[in-house]
Structures are given as structure tokens and as C-alpha cells.
Design a protein around this ligand. Structure first.
Ligand SMILES: NC(=O)C1=CN([C@@H]2O[C@H](COP(=O)(O)OP(=O)(O)OC[C@H]3O[C@@H](n4cnc5c(N)ncnc54)[C@H](O)[C@@H]3O)[C@@H](O)[C@H]2O)C=CC1
Ligand SMILES: O=C(O)[C@H]1O[C@H](OP(=O)(O)OP(=O)(O)OC[C@H]2O[C@@H](n3ccc(=O)[nH]c3=O)[C@H](O)[C@@H]2O)[C@H](O)[C@@H](O)[C@@H]1O
Length: 465
């Protein structure tokens, strides 16, 4: 089967970049990305490519090349579904905030709404692809919804989880380690798998396209994120022991990472992992294990989350202790708010929790992030509901310049590893700060030896000195 028309429901951090690359690499396929959020679609259609709703290095160029040729962004979901032979579901699957499984299970209401809309609108046979990250066995629920339309339309459901990381999405999509496609073992299932393999084969070498049964594919996505997050929590757990023992976590990372069985990636100690997926996906894995009665399995994975909470809290605790046990009325400058560099995404960013802890101690915070806008920062804090939004605005200021942000402050805290932080005129920053001037490097990116020479008192995560 030759795919000619693709629809993707959900124009977010995954749907947007993923489909832009499909469209760029497959000029013979019409790709339409739809969303219920009209302002998001308008932003994707913005003539000014620097105003796309998702910031990813290289994405503007790809959208600029394909948009209007075979890549379209629209709010007309029904029409796009009707025309498509293949429909990707790339909607959000956040942690449930209500009812059974609250705080743990994935909220599948958006996926279910998509499935119902596909069922209602479709007049011809379609391949429906799970692009969102979903609990294992979701495909059977989707199948159930799709098969009860009674209009004779046939659906095949595939699982094709996305492994891109934000900040490197374009590179990850152009050159993936692997593409995973799960489907039914029936003849029709295998044909659907082949149709999707053929789409990716336009630019991904065949040996990197892995096909499995649908349950393995669904579970592999949660497993990959759990393993990655576990590495970060493991090295972060060791970072505290390094600080106590005089070892240096950056040296330890290098030493263990050179063991080819361990590998060097994902061993950077930090103020904690953030992002929209690690926490949500591990909580979901924990919940799934619990529903099968596997309590030890659940406890094992939950520890990855607990360690991450600890890492964020101990970072803010350390700031308070170092600043003579009180930060009340003191100005603390945050460099970075995004959950990692090269993205404007702040979901579950460790900066949010660290700021909230310090604001509860009555600190005054001034934030500078190269890509995150002011409204986003206030919305992140307000969402926690710890204090009124008026109080958040009174205690925290957002600045669009690092030198203004750090003026007269008692301490600087590095929350995101943006490259530009390394190139600042640190002497100038020092001269305009209160003394002693403290730096708390939560990402281990600054040359603390050079800063100490200037006169700063430095703390670097995982270093004893
Ligand atoms: N953000 C990431 O780096 C990655 C995310 N994922 C997974 O991909 C999925 C999507 O994640 P993001 O793109 O980050 O989410 P997002 O929140 O950026 O985008 C989801 C979009 O879906 C839209 N939407 C929700 N319900 C809809 C409906 N019924 N009809 C039309 N549009 C609808 C929303 O308006 C939103 O724009 C999640 O399951 C996530 O776990 C997977 C890999 C990477
Ligand atoms: O399912 C998802 O959403 C995605 O989740 C992660 O991607 P992402 O969250 O975008 O970013 P990562 O690069 O994984 O970073 C996550 C967090 O861990 C932190 N981290 C990462 C690596 C490290 O060594 N140390 C560390 O603290 C980062 O700063 C960041 O806060 C995975 O890397 C992707 O493969 C996956 O597709």
C-alpha cells in the first residue's frame, strides 16, 4: 500500500517537528497537521519563521522548505482525517490529575477523543498510528473504539513511539538510532507495518527500522525513558556522595563512562531531570506495575522519581544554608528556566521547584532565560498554587538581559546548561553583585576555578571543593 496522504492530530513538540521532517523527506506525500488549539496552528503558519511555537535548532528551515508545498497546518480536523490514508495520533498524554490513578496513570482522554473523532469521520479504510507515548495495551482500547462504528470501515492500529529529545529534535529525526514500529501479526497488520516502513525508508536505513508486535513497541517506549531517567538519578545520587567524600562526580562520570559496557552518555550530574516525559512515563510505568500487582517492580522504578525530587530540593536547601541560613529579602539570580538547553519548553523544569522552594523562604528571584518568555515563567509558578499569582509577581522578576538580572544579587544559580552562560563577562557580573558573591552551578558547566579567581564563592553540583 502506497501512502499518499498523512494526517497528524496534535501540533505540539512531537507532531510539529516529526511531521515537518516526514514532509521534507517525502515530497510525494501530503502531510496535514491539525490541532484544536487555533493559536498554535496560527503560530505554525506564521510567515516569520522565528515565531514558530516550538523552538528547535534547524526546524525553521525545514518548515520553511515544506510548508505550503506538501506540509499544511490546519484546524479542520474532520477534513484532514477524511482525506488521509494514515493518521498519526500525537496528542498529549499527561499524568492524570483526578480520579483513579491520580498523580500516576497517564490521562488518555485526548487519545480517546481522537479515536472517537476518527471513528466518526472516516469513510474509507485507514491506518491509525500511535505516536503519543501510551501505556502498554492502549492499542486494544483504541481498536475497540474504532471497531464499533458499524460503517464497515477497516482500521489497522500501529504503535510508532517517538524517541526524539527536545533541543536535538531535528537531528534525532533525520538520523534516528532506530525507528520502532509495532503492529498486528495478522496479514493486514503486517501490510500496515510495511506501509509505515516504506514512509521512513525514504531517509532511514532499513536496518535501523525495527518491527515488533504492538505490545513490545508500546512498552519499549516507557522502558527507554525509564532507563534514561534512571541513569540521571543514579549519577545524581552519586553526586551527593561525591560532595561529601571529596570525589568529583564529573571525574567519576568520565571514569565509568569509558567502560564500553556503561557508555558515556546521560551521566551528567544535574539539579535534576525535567521535561514533559521522564516523570510522567515512569509514574505511568509504576502505575502499570501496580495494576498487575507487581509492587516490588513499582517500588524499584518509583525510586528514580524520589531521587529526582531529592536532587531538586537539596539544591535549594544548599543555597539557603550557604547564604547563612536565610534568603529572606535576598536577591537570587536564575540563569535558565527551560528544562534543558536549546528548547523553550519548561514542562517539569527543575527550575520551577527550586524557585518555588526559595520563594517560600521569601527570596527575591530574578530570572534570565534566552528562549523562555515571561508569561510562561509566571504560569509555571502559578500552576503550583503555592501562593497567589500577585505574590509570585511581586517576588519574582523576569529579565531579558543577564547583566540586569544579576545586578545587586547575592547569588547566581545556574538551572539550565545554555552555552552562552559560559561566555559571559563574569568580572562585570561580579563587580555589580553583593559580596560575598555566590555561584551555585546546578549543571556543572562553569569554570569555577576561574570564577574563584575573580572572587566568587562557588558550588558546583557533585564537586567536593
Ligand atoms: N515532548 C517530547 O519530547 C516527546 C513527547 N512524546 C510524547 O508525544 C505526545 C505528545 O507530546 P508533545 O508533542 O510534547 O505534547 P504537546 O502538548 O506539545 O502537543 C499536543 C497537542 O495535541 C493537541 N490536542 C490534544 N487533544 C487534541 C484533539 N482531540 N484534537 C486535536 N488536537 C489535540 C493539543 O492542543 C497540543 O497542541 C505525548 O504522548 C508525549 O509523551 C514522545 C517523545 C518525545
Ligand atoms: O519521551 C520523551 O519525551 C523524550 O524524553 C527524553 O527527551 P527530553 O525529555 O526531550 O530531553 P533529555 O535530553 O532526555 O533530557 C531530560 C532531562 O534530563 C536531564 N539530563 C539529561 C542527561 C544527563 O546526563 N543529565 C541530565 O540531567 C536534562 O537536563 C533534562 O532536564 C528522551 O531523551 C527522548 O528519547 C524521549 O523521546
Amino acid at each position: 500500500m502506497n501512502i499518499k496522504n498523512i494526517c497528524c492530530i496534535g501540533a505540539g513538540y512531537v507532531g510539529g517537528p516529526t511531521m515537518a521532517v516526514v514532509a521534507q523527506k517525502c515530497p510525494h506525500i501530503k502531510v496535514t497537521i491539525v490541532d484544536i488549539n487555533a493559536s498554535r496552528i496560527a503560530a505554525w503558519n506564521n510567515q516569520d519563521l522565528s515565531k514558530l511555537p516550538v523552538f528547535e535548532p534547524g526546524l525553521d528551515k525545514i518548515v520553511g522548505e515544506a510548508r505550503g508545498r506538501n506540509l499544511f497546518f490546519s484546524t479542520d480536523i474532520d477534513q484532514a482525517i477524511d482525506e488521509a490514508d494514515m493518521i498519526f495520533m500525537s496528542v498529549n498524554t499527561p499524568t492524570k490529575t483526578y480520579g483513579k490513578g491520580k498523580g500516576m496513570a497517564a490521562d488518555l482522554k485526548y487519545i480517546e477523543l481522537c479515536a472517537r473523532q476518527i471513528a466518526r469521520v472516516s469513510k474509507s479504510d485507514k491506518i491509525v498510528v500511535e505516536k503519543s507515548t501510551l501505556p502498554v495495551r492502549t492499542a486494544s482500547a483504541i481498536k475497540n473504539i474504532l471497531e464499533h462504528t458499524g460503517n464497515g470501515v477497516k482500521f489497522q492500529i500501529l504503535s510508532n513511539p517517538e524517541f526524539l529529545a527536545e533541543g536535538t529534535a531535528v537531528q534525532d529525526l533525520l538520523n534516528p538510532d532506530r525507528v520502532l514500529i509495532g503492529g498486528d501479526t495478522t496479514d493486514a497488520g503486517q501490510k500496515a507495518i510495511q506501509a509505515l516502513v516504506d514512509v521512513y525508508a525514504n531517509w532511514v536505513p532499513k536496518e535501523r527500522i525495527l518491527t515488533t508486535n504492538v505490545w513490545s513497541s508500546e512498552l519499549s517506549k516507557l522502558t527507554a525513558n525509564a532507563f534514561l531517567a534512571q541513569r540521571v538519578s543514579s549519577i545524581n545520587a552519586l553526586s551527593q556522595l561525591c560532595e561529601k567524600s571529596g570525589a568529583d562526580v564529573h571525574e567519576v562520570s568520565k571514569a565509568i563512562g569509558m567502560d564500553s559496557r556503561i557508555g558515556s552518555k546521560f551521566l551528567k550530574a544535574s539539579v535534576g531531570f525535567g521535561g514533559s516525559c521522564f516523570q510522567k512515563d515512569i509514574l505511568n510505568l509504576v502505575y502499570i506495575a501496580k495494576t498487575y500487582g507487581l509492587n516490588e517492580v513499582a517500588d524499584y522504578w518509583e525510586q528514580v522519581i524520589l531521587m529526582n525530587e531529592h536532587q531538586k530540593n537539596r539544591f535549594s536547601d544548599n543555597i539557603v544554608t550557604t547564604l547563612y541560613n536565610t534568603v529572606s529579602g535576598k536577591k537570587i539570580t536564575f540563569l535558565g528556566w527551560a528544562f534543558k538547553k536549546d528548547t523553550n519548553d519548561t514542562r517539569e523544569s527543575p527550575a520551577i521547584q527550586v524557585a518555588d522552594n526559595l520563594l517560600s523562604e521569601r527570596a527575591h528571584i530574578s530570572v534570565y532565560d534566552p528562549k523562555v518568555v515571561e508569561e510562561r515563567i509566571y504560569a509555571d509558578l502559578d500552576y503550583l498554587n503555592t501562593r497567589s499569582s500577585e505574590e509570585n509577581r511581586a517576588l519574582l522578576q523576569v529579565s531579558n538581559d543577564p547583566y540586569t538580572a544579576s545586578k545587586a544579587s547575592h547569588a547566581i544559580a545556574v538551572l539550565t546548561e545554555w552555552d552562552e552562560f559560559k561566555t559571559y563577562d563574569w568580572q562585570k557580573i561580579y563587580d555589580q553583585m553583593q559580596k560575598p558573591a555566590f555561584v551555585f552551578d546546578g549543571r556543572g558547566i562553569l569554570d569555577t576555578k576561574a570564577l574563584e579567581k575573580i572572587g566568587f564563592v562557588c558550588y558546583k553540583i557533585g564537586s567536593g571543593s
